[in-house]
Structures are given as C-alpha cells and as structure tokens.
Ligand binder design. Structure first.
Ligand code: SF4
Length: 551
C-alpha cells in the first residue's frame, strides 16, 4: 500500500446541510470537527506506508475512525458500516453523502501499521498538542491509577494449558509441514487434539486427570524429540508454536526419567509468574492478583489532568505486563510526560506508586512533586507503639552516628546496597549498652544481640519520614482527596469502552487499544466541556449527608 499525503478537504456542502438539519442541537463529532478541525493529517503517517503500490485509504480518516470506534465501543465491521451510513461520521471525515466507505479489514491493517512503525502514541499526542495550543491543557496537577486488563484469551488451568499448547503446535505444523507431521504423528493424537481442550470435557477424578496429563506430557516430548532430531528440517524449530511448546514443556516438566515417564515440576521449581506461559495464544498474558482480583492479562496506568478551569483530559496511558508493580511505572510515566512537555507540577498517586526514591527523583529530575501517602514503617517496633521504631532515633548524617532514645550512640554505620539496588545504611549499637539497657524490650526482640537498624540514604530517609509525619494532617488529606477522581475515569473507561478487557492479543496491541480508548474518552470529555456540562462531583449517599461535620 502507498500513500500520497492529501490536504484535508472541507466538509462537502451536501453533507454539511444534512448534518446541520439532522443535528440542530449539535453532535459530538460535528462539535469536535467545528472546534478542533480534523486533528490529524496524512503527513503524520507517511512512515506507515511505502512510496509504491496501491493507494491506501487516507490515514487521517482511519485514525479518526479508529478513535470514533472506541467512543461508541464498535467492532471493526460496525465502524465501517457507520462510515457508510451515518451523517455525523461523514461530517467528521469530510466525506460526500455518496461515499461508499471501505472494507472493515482496513482498520485492522491500519492498527498493525501503527504498531509496526511504533506510531500508536501519535493518536493521543496530536490531540493533546492541539488542545494545548487552544489553552485547554495546562501544566498543572495530574493523577494516576492503574487497573487490571483481562487478556483476549481463555483462562486455562494447567491441564488445559498443556493440551492447548500441544494442539496449537499440531495445528501450526499441519499448516506449514503437513507431510512431515503425517509421518511423525501418533494416530491417537487425532482423538485427543482435534477439538479444543476444555475443562468440562476432561475427566473429573484427580487420578484420571493426572493420567491424562502424563499422556499429554509424553505426546509433547515425542513431538519435540521428532522436531529436534538431527534429521528433522531446521526450520521446524523456528515455528512460533513449536518454540512455545518447548518453553511450556520446560516450565511444566523435568526431563523424562530413564523409563520414559514424564516428571511434573514441583511447585517450588516452577518459574515465577512473570514468565510462566498461561496460553499458547498470548504468551505475554501472565497471571497476577491485586487485592481481591485475580486475572490473566495486563495492567494499564491512566494519567489525567485534574485542574479546576480546564477539562479533565487523559495525558498518558502506560500498559505493562500484569506482573509489573505500580511503583515501577512511575519513572516511565514521567519520562513519557516529559517527552510530550506535559509534566505536571503535582502528581497525585496512591500508596502502591509512592516510594522514597520517587519522591526525591521526581523532584530533582522532573520538577514534579508527588502527592501520595507512603507505606507505614513495616517494622514490629512501628506496629507496636510505644516501641522504638526508626523515627525515634536521631541521625547525625555528617558524622555518621545514630543516637537511640536512651542517648546511646551507634558503633557501626555501614552504607550498603539493598536487593533492589537502592542505597541503605546498616547501623548497630554497642552490645554491652544494649544488654544492660532497662528498656531493651521496647527496642529489640533478640535475647543477646544489640539493636540493629537499617535506614535509607539521607535524602530518601528524610523524604520518607517527612511524608509519614505529614500524611495524616488535614492539609495533606485535603490535597490528596482529588486523587479519588481517577477511579471515576477508570470506571468510565470500563463502562463506555472495554478498558479492562483486551480486544487484541499481545502487549503491543493491548497498549494501542488503551491509547485509542484514552483518546476516545478525551473526545467525550471535550464534548461535555464544549456543551458546558459540569464535571460530576463525587456522589455522597443520603445517609452520609446526615453525618454531622466535626467541630
Ligand atoms: S536497647 Fe540499645 S539501642 Fe535500644 S534503647 Fe537501649 S541502649 Fe538504645
């Protein structure tokens, strides 16, 4: 496919006349076209197309259609039908009334081109650029939260994963090497792997399930041995489904014993969930859990503005594997916002994101103040007041000496690096003084050893202690209160579109889906802003409203 950039044509007069008559009170797409213009231009997408070949559909239109599709949560077929049949869509796309539209498969091809050219971020960024030029987006306060995203594949149990992985490999081999497969398969495989492996078809008794698992394991090893035999063609090993079969068998079994029987891996020898494959159809979808939610899929972090005098707009979506912790997302989020010149002054985040390192690094590297509570001190002393936790000690950083609540000075001060690569300081107090101490039980549980203390490096320790002291004050709670609004955004994304359920397989396509959703939600918010619909306040129940305010 080739593309010669075309200038954006004006809305044809017939289309405009019919649209104005059909929507005398306005319409989201008519309104956005009138206020923002076409947003995208063909020149933005030249990297996606070659210079030769059949001319492609205008990419500025495909970009807009891809977003409008998510405004209404439409499938590709429904979106292509809307282009053909709806006057508001034709208005936004500058299409004449007689335009016949295009085949729906063009949309999926366009998404693939965006991913291949690493250009998916353009869809959100170009809208944000336009809004900043119009003064609707300012450097101000933003907030971030994450939510789970269920993968577009079935959730499989261990037996189903094995059976489906072997079935997927057989299907791939049947497509690319049918003759080779026919000369190496066992005829009873037709009975076992011709249909989807589904739990309700599997035996109910544990002993029978184990026997079936052993059988599937043996079949897998037999197939892998044939593929990895020296006489087998080399290219068979390059088939993606075969490589997945090899990986799953390594993850689930030890090497077979001398008697040829399969040996299941014990739980302690299983790989961590960050690499365990749950489905051969989406190997990046991993198991995870957060509070009461268990899922196989991904995680997405949504960041939006929350100022008073501008619409609340999503500025960044960052999709990760489900096993990536929230605090690991802070740095990439700030990096992404910096690249767009959209870093906030203040960034509201919950405890999962906030660490001492982020407090300090965000301030020094990005000039961003993180507003969020930190985890309380996990030591038993902090949980059992009035014991002596780290905040009861004084630290002389210049002379590298700590003083305990009884006035005793430390004898060792060792800078070290913890397992996360962060600088820490290991402190010890004198053995004799601690053994003789009359309040020893408030300080250490050891019968003989002196008090030991591990603290962060000065900047991080100070930031942590300062936040722990301030996070219970009414001023902080008032400031942090605004973070809760991001929950409503996640809820809107879930209700209006499919934020928590991936339509596509793989991390890259799921991330693209989230960019489309974020841009679509911004469309909805702009529509509300231009129509002067006030931002909804947090609902308070009738009963709660009766509660007297504290004096
Ligand atoms: S046990 Fe040792 S460190 Fe703790 S208060 Fe007593 S003297 Fe100080």
């Amino acid at each position: 496919m080739s593309m010669q950039p075309q200038s954006i044509p004006p809305v044809p007069p017939d289309t405009e006349a019919v649209a104005r008559a059909a929507f005398p009170k306005g319409n989201i797409y008519v309104l956005l076209r009138d206020n923002l213009g076409s947003i995208y231009a063909d020149e933005m997408f030249t990297a996606l197309f070659s210079k030769r070949g059949q001319p492609a559909e205008s990419p500025w239109r495909l970009a807009l259609i891809s977003i409008m599709q998510f405004v209404e949560n439409l499938s590709d077929r429904q979106a292509a039908d809307a282009v053909r049949s709806r006057i508001d869509w034709k208005y936004a796309l500058s299409l004449p009334l007689t335009d016949p539209g295009f085949d729906f498969s063009i949309l999926s091809e366009f998404r693939q081109r965006l991913i291949s050219a690493d250009a998916e971020q353009l869809l959100l960024d170009k809208l944000l650029e336009r809004l900043r030029d119009l003064g609707l987006l300012k450097r101000e306060r933003q907030r971030t939260d994450s939510t789970h995203v269920i993968a577009a594949v079935r959730h499989l149990n261990r037996l189903e994963t094995l059976g489906e992985t072997l079935r997927a490999a057989l299907n791939s081999l049947a497509t690319v090497a049918p003759d080779w497969l026919m000369s190496h398969l066992h005829y009873d495989w037709f009975d076992r792997y011709s249909r989807r492996i589904e739990n309700y078809r599997l035996p109910k008794l544990d002993s029978e399930r184990e026997a079936l698992g052993n059988l599937i394991g043996k079949d897998g090893f037999a197939l892998l041995n044939a593929i990895y035999a020296t006489v087998a063609p080399e290219w068979l090993r390059q088939i993606k489904a075969v490589e997945i079969l090899r990986q799953v068998w390594v993850q689930q079994f030890y090497a077979p014993g001398e008697d040829g029987e399969v040996q299941w891996r014990k739980t302690k020898d299983m790989p961590p969930s960050t690499i365990t494959i749950h489905s051969p159809y989406d190997v990046e979808a991993h198991y995870s859990n957060k509070r009461s939610v268990d899922w196989v899929g991904y995680k997405t972090h949504v960041t939006e503005t929350c100022g008073e005098d501008c619409p609340h707009l999503i500025t960044q979506v960052y999709t990760t594997l489900s096993t990536v912790t929230d605090d690991a997302a802070v740095e990439p989020i700030h990096q992404g916002l910096e690249e767009k010149s959209l870093l906030p002054n203040e960034h509201l985040m919950d405890t999962g994101y906030v660490t001492a390192e982020h407090f300090v690094n965000s301030r020094t590297q990005y000039d961003v103040e993180i507003i969020g509570p930190v985890r309380s001190d996990p030591s038993w002393q902090a949980r059992n007041h009035p014991k002596f936790a780290a905040d009861q000690f004084k630290f002389d950083w210049d002379n590298q000496v700590a003083t305990c609540p009884m006035g005793q000075q430390s004898v060792t001060w060792l800078p070290e690096i913890d397992k996360r690569g962060q600088p820490i300081i290991d402190i010890r107090f004198p053995t004799a003084a601690c053994r003789a101490c009359r309040v020893r039980r408030r300080c250490t549980r050891s019968k003989k050893d002196p008090r030991g203390l591990t603290i962060r490096a000065q900047a991080f320790h100070t930031a942590l202690q300062t936040r722990r002291q301030s996070q219970e004050t009414p001023e902080f709670l008032h400031q942090y209160h605004q973070r809760a609004g991001i929950e409503a955004t996640l809820s809107q994304g879930t209700r209006r579109t499919c934020l928590r359920r991936s339509r596509y397989r793989g991390l890259a396509k799921t991330h693209l889906q989230h960019i489309l959703i974020a841009t679509a939600l911004n469309f909805l918010r702009l529509d509300a802003w231009f129509n002067e619909v006030p931002i909804a306040k947090t609902r308070i129940s009738r009963f709660k409203q009766l509660q007297p305010k504290p004096a």
